[in-house]
Design a protein around this ligand. Structure first.
Ligand code: 13P
Length: 287
């Protein structure tokens, strides 16, 4: 069964750990993340960008695949299926398709428009018991064609959006999607501290989890981050393991060309990455 992310994130905020959101791209990704969550006895959030949604043949296909997998694999830990960086239309489409959680990213709108659109979605999500993530202050870097400049969020605007009744709030604090450049200034903990103080119990979301040093992740959690998004790191791990398999000539030996064999090292690499993150975020045995 899919669940809203509300309860798992409230528990994480209170218990000072974070739940990982891992983005999915296909069956192997989804299966690897679900099995790892079960093995680690950890709650988990499966993230779907709008681009990945199109790639996987639409939101209904994804809902069917995830629900079928949860049943077939006997997954009993809490799983939320979440739209990542949704447009207003995308959020509505996911709500209708059966997602248990959505993000509406209105950070590129003027704050008044972000608030107006977020408010409409708060009402729809509340009625249906779906969790809603809002965003203030854009996350830098590029993800699925959405490019953010990466300015830090204004703590007062964060408070305004948190007060709308969203479930969790993503706030830009110098984090970016994808690999971090060598001259990256690091997370801005002064801004995070100010946001945390203003927004109280609101679970805060850290995007761009790939490549953030462990000490910064731990400090961010201590300052109120309860959800951390990871995407690129699983992609890099999958690609490296697949490259090694082919470079070792394994696809040319016996039935090594069988996709179930060819994709197995990448699948295992995603599992290891997810496990590492769950241990770092402190969500192991928190299901
Ligand atoms: P990374 O790809 O940098 O891990 O970011 C993931 C993310 O924030 C998804 O919203």
């Amino acid at each position: 069964m899919l669940v809203s992310a509300k309860e798992m994130l409230e528990k994480a905020k209170a218990g000072k750990y974070a739940v990982g959101q891992f983005n999915i791209n296909n069956l192997e990704w989804t299966k690897a993340i679900l099995l790892t969550a079960q093995e680690c006895n950890s709650p988990v959030i499966l993230g779907v960008s709008e681009g990945a949604g199109k790639y996987m043949c639409g939101y209904e296909t994804i809902v069917g695949m995830v629900k079928g997998m949860i049943k077939c694999l006997n997954i009993t830990v809490p799983v939320a299926l979440h739209l990542d960086h949704g447009s207003y239309e995308g959020a509505k489409a996911c709500i209708n398709a059966g997602f248990s959680s959505v993000m509406f990213d209105g950070s590129h709108y003027p704050i008044e428009e972000n608030i107006a659109k977020t408010t409409e979605l708060v009402n729809a999500c509340n009625v249906l018991g779906i969790s809603l993530e809002a965003e203030v202050g854009s996350i830098g870097g590029e993800e699925d064609g959405v490019v953010g400049a990466g300015e830090c969020a204004d703590p007062d605007e964060c408070k305004m959006v948190a007060d709308l009744g969203v479930t969790m709030l993503a706030a830009g604090i110098g984090n970016i999607h994808g690999k971090y450049p060598a001259n990256w200034a690091g997370l801005n903990f002064d801004v995070l501290g100010a946001i945390s103080e203003k927004t109280g119990d609101m679970p805060l979301v850290l995007h761009g989890g790939t490549g953030i040093p462990e000490d910064m992740i731990k400090k961010a959690i201590s300052l109120g981050v309860s959800k951390i998004n990871v995407n690129t790191e699983c992609q890099l791990a999958f690609a490296a393991a697949t490259r090694k398999y082919v470079e070792d000539g394994k696809d040319l030996s016996g039935k090594g060309f069988d996709p179930r064999k060819l994709l197995a090292p990448g699948f295992e690499a995603i599992k290891s990455t997810v496990k590492e993150k769950m241990e770092l975020f402190g969500s192991v045995n928190k299901a």
